[in-house]
Design a protein around this ligand. Structure first.
Ligand SMILES: Nc1ncnc2c1ncn2[C@@H]1O[C@H](COP(=O)(O)OP(=O)(O)OP(=O)(O)O)[C@@H](O)[C@H]1O
Ligand SMILES: [Mg+2]
Length: 305
């Protein structure tokens, strides 16, 4: 398989609940071995998209294919290539961790899956909990069981719907390194998250969803460089008076400017008649993805999808 082959292709997907359109004409692809993060506020439609891909929800408009199989007309083939980690924790009654993983291996008709189960138990830190009933595990442990369950059949596409919600920072970092390992093995991953650090750390590309519409589709670095701002604080030996339009704060000697990422310091000095010999110190603060996404959603700009 070529490295660039799309594992997921979503074309003009719309999904309504009654008269309410939760997903509105969304299109994007995920290539083999790529991690794509879907960001957006509560109710934006992230889980609805995941449900349409995994076959949990029906949709009337658009098409979705996974590894070349249409999720409606070739549902069985598509399902064998998908692993889903749902947003909601599921209660697995009286079964223990190993039994659950054996049961679902049977579901995928993988009769002897012992090596894979042992690998996942070990890799997800579940080994010492393998004989415990799932319902007695903590939330973080239950989340790990869901991830193991989604990976039993080595899917080509993993759907992670807020995989680290309610998980402590240590486990979150462990999961991030595991997700990177899955990517290095060629797995494609669709991740929804509210943790912007997570999207920044893991994703190759990201999309921002707002009221069901995909507003922006890019890689995280270019989002920051295109929409991001830098705050620059220039400290001078002698006070000056500036009326520069991008000046946000000044006591004469310390001047704070809010600048577009590509604004040059040389130009800023020239426009304010600042001589380099008078500059005592310069400090810069880059905006993070969180402020960029917030700023983007508040702005009227629509991105180039
Ligand atoms: N089964 C349903 N019936 C009716 N409306 C629904 C249903 N599921 C979701 N919705 C609505 O569709 C919209 C999108 O919901 P969805 O769960 O996809 O959002 P989300 O982006 O995953 O949000 P969150 O970040 O809170 O998980 C919301 O307005 C929600 O209330
Ligand atoms: Mg959701």
């Amino acid at each position: 398989m070529s490295q660039n082959k799309n594992i997921l292709e979503i074309k003009n997907l719309s999904k309504s609940y009654g008269n309410f359109k939760a997903v509105d004409d969304v299109s994007f692809n995920i290539a083999s071995g790529e991690i794509f993060a879907l960001l957006g506020p509560n109710g934006a439609g992230k889980t609805s998209i995941i449900s349409c891909i995994s076959g949990v929800s029906k949709f009337a408009e658009g098409s979705i294919s996974v590894a070349g199989s249409d999720v409606i007309s070739s549902v069985k083939d598509a399902k064998f290539n998908i692993g889903v980690v749902p947003q909601e924790l599921i209660n697995h009654g009286f079964f223990n961790v190993r039994q659950i993983l054996e049961f679902y291996s049977g579901f995928y008709a993988i009769a002897k899956n012992k090596d894979r189960i042992n690998f996942l138990l070990d890799r997800l830190g579940l080994w010492e909990h393998r004989e415990k009933r799932v319902r007695k595990l903590s939330g973080g442990m239950k989340r790990r069981v869901l991830i193991a369950k989604a990976l039993l059949h080595k899917p080509k596409l993993l759907l992670l719907d807020e995989p680290t919600a309610g998980i402590d920072i240590e486990l979150r970092k462990q999961l991030w390194s595991f997700v990177k390992e899955l990517k290095s093995e060629g797995m494609s991953i669709l991740l929804t998250t509210h943790y912007l650090e997570e999207a920044e750390q893991l994703s190759d590309r990201l999309g921002i969803l707002h009221h069901g519409k995909l507003k922006y589709l890019t890689d995280s670095n270019s989002l920051i460089s295109r929409l991001g701002k830098k705050i620059i604080c220039i400290e001078l030996s002698e006070p000056i008076k500036s009326e520069h339009p991008l000046l946000i704060k000044s006591d004469g000697k310390k001047l704070h400017f809010n600048l577009p990422m590509d604004y040059s310091l040389g130009l800023l000095f020239k426009e304010n008649n600042i001589e380099t010999k008078d500059v005592v110190d310069i400090q810069m603060e880059k905006s993070n993805l969180e402020s960029v996404v917030e700023g983007f959603l508040q702005s009227k700009t629509t991105g180039g999808v």
